[in-house]
Design a protein around this ligand. Sequence first.
Ligand code: FAD
Length: 292
Amino acid sequence: MKIIDIITQNKLSLSFEVFPPKTETSFENVKHATEEIAKLRPSFMSVTYGAGGGTSRYTLDIAKNIKELYGVPTLAHLTCVSSTRDTVSQKIKEIKAAGITNIMALRGDIPKELENTDRSSWDYKYAIDLINELKSYDSDFCIGAACYPEIHPESTNQKDDIKRLKEKVDAGVDFLTTQMFFDNNLLYNFLYKIREAGITVPVIPGIMPITNANQVERSIKLSGSFMPQRFKSLVDKFGSNPAAMKQAGIAYATDQIIDLYANGITNVHVYSMNKPDVAAKIQDNLSDIISK
Ligand code: FAD
């Protein structure tokens, strides 16, 4: 089933993200975590490509399992920036052959060692290059792309970032998923601005439950997200007590999700990081709110 058809059903729902294993030996652990998350019957599950510590090699295997073994709609991520056209074409063929129709088309982060090199000869410079390729390969793919309520770290201002986002969407994006954010007002403000710029596709907010203090620094570094004082106080108070921090982080994420639903969002994507217990707790907290 296409993600665009799921998220426009006007039902309040949750989707979850998992990342692939780093090595063959951890494959079974990730498979088990994925299965446990799938049992929650989310609206869909996404599988990252090389992000979060996993390798791209296993993205398709995990995505196929989600769809075929557990019957949950799947979104396979694909990045392009440090790949050749041949590698990406091969990946697209494999995704198609696996019967996966939903693809999150991403540029990917520029590897550190390539940051200051000449990019003119690269096969892919931006996500839009991959989106164009996917569309010409199969116009029936349902394509998602990333967006940044607090602007992409490489962008110098929001106006340019939104201009580039509009070009990306116009190339054939069906829906957008946001980078994590910890203050919903940043999302509402962003939505207002992109709608004003003529971007009309559905936007799925991405919520990251911060369940341990170490995660805070890593997540902020990765995303550049603003930490509201309310969240900082919570980390100050509970950061050194793992169980309390986990409970407080889940409560904070739940609170954000309830506010999003109350303000017209229907599907929220949870960066569940291969943690079935966290996914289950959030879903349980919303049991009378989300649609059955
Ligand atoms: P782009 O849309 O190409 O944008 C990157 C930057 O270039 C922005 O500053 C943009 O404004 C600018 N830009 C875009 N087009 C142009 C143009 N034509 N000319 C000049 N400037 C331009 N990473 C992974 O490795 N694997 C994953 O699975 C993964 N999943 C993600 C899921 C989500 C929801 C999000 C938000 C991010 C994810 N990432 C993942 C991280 C992502 O790869 C990085 O944030 C990356 O740096 C940018 O990817 P993008 O697709 O947004 O790039």
